[in-house]
Design a protein around this ligand. Structure first.
Ligand SMILES: Nc1nc2c(c(=O)[nH]1)N[C@H]1C(S)=C(S)[C@@H](COP(=O)(O)O)O[C@H]1N2
Ligand SMILES: [Mo]
Length: 251
């Protein structure tokens, strides 16, 4: 039984590697292997779960877009720093990659905009009971992870934001499966225009297989960590800490 399981695991890891090319670090990653280990008793469930995690979210046509893409949560971080950056069209915005990277580095907004881009029209589902379809353009997170090179000990990516809600910094985190997912992008355009302040200018995460609160707006930094323990209250995100929302909010 054990041997069969190991064999199956290798097959699963192998196929994940095929889909997410260049993800040797992911395949060696203990967190990734934990995903498999949690469903040891029902292997087909593991296979289904992993298969699901690899799938693309539905993409829509431009005609399907919502007339207006509503905003939720912070609509303007409202700090002097943010206001002065906004006044110069975010020319001084820096995205800082810190933590468990071999080559931690900063990217300016214009550097991110000059990288290969992905455009996708997807449906955003907020847990509060509304959805909206919008077209997003941004840099695939995988490109940044490949440049900064995760260390083998990295298990999660924490997104730090410029805003506070109720006095606490907003933050979110995802695992490496979502980090390397082809639809996971740092978006700077919505519906063909510069991302509005209300929707997270100049940079917001799109992690299309999960609910709205995972999509961190006003992103200033990505920290690669081995554990979520030291971040916020340790539950992996603002709403997880404040209201016990699920860390993995799959849709
Ligand atoms: N930094 C930050 N990110 C955030 C939030 C927030 O308040 N601050 N709200 C979250 C929630 S609950 C949702 S539904 C979406 C809303 O994105 P939108 O304003 O573009 O509709 O952003 C998410 N990301
Ligand atoms: Mo939300």
């Amino acid at each position: 039984m054990k041997n069969r399981l190991i064999t199956r695991r290798n097959i699963l890891i192998g196929s994940a590697g095929g889909l997410l090319s260049g993800c040797d670090a992911l395949n060696r990653n203990p967190a990734f292997q934990d995903i498999l280990a949690t469903a040891e008793t029902a292997n087909f469930k593991v296979q289904r779960a992993l298969g699901d995690r690899m799938q693309l979210a539905t993409e829509y046509s431009l005609a399907d877009r919502s007339p207006t893409f509503r905003a939720n949560g912070t609509r303007d971080p409202g700090t002097p720093d943010y206001a002065s950056s906004a006044a110069q069209g975010f020319a001084d915005w820096q995205l800082r990659l810190t933590g468990l990277f071999k080559k931690p580095q900063d990217f300016s907004l214009s550097a991110l905009q000059s990288m290969p881009q992905r455009t996708q029209t997807t449906r955003h589902d907020c847990v509060e009971g509304w959805s909206a379809i919008g077209q997003w353009t941004g840099v695939p997170l995988k490109i940044l992870l490949d440049l900064a090179q995760l260390r083998d000990s990295a298990k999660f990516l924490v997104f730090h934001c410029a805003d506070k809600l109720g006095g606490r910094p907003y933050y979110e985190s995802i695992d490496l499966l979502d980090g390397f997912h082809p639809q996971t992008i740092l978006a700077h355009r919505l519906n063909g225009e510069a991302l509005p302040v209300a929707n997270g200018a100049p940079l917001r995460l799109r992690v299309e297989r999960q609910l709205g609160y995972k999509h961190a707006k006003y992103v200033t930094g990505i920290e690669a960590v081995a554990s979520l323990d030291g971040i916020g209250e340790g539950k992996g995100g603002y709403w997880q800490d404040v209201a016990n929302y699920e860390w993995y909010a799959g849709i």
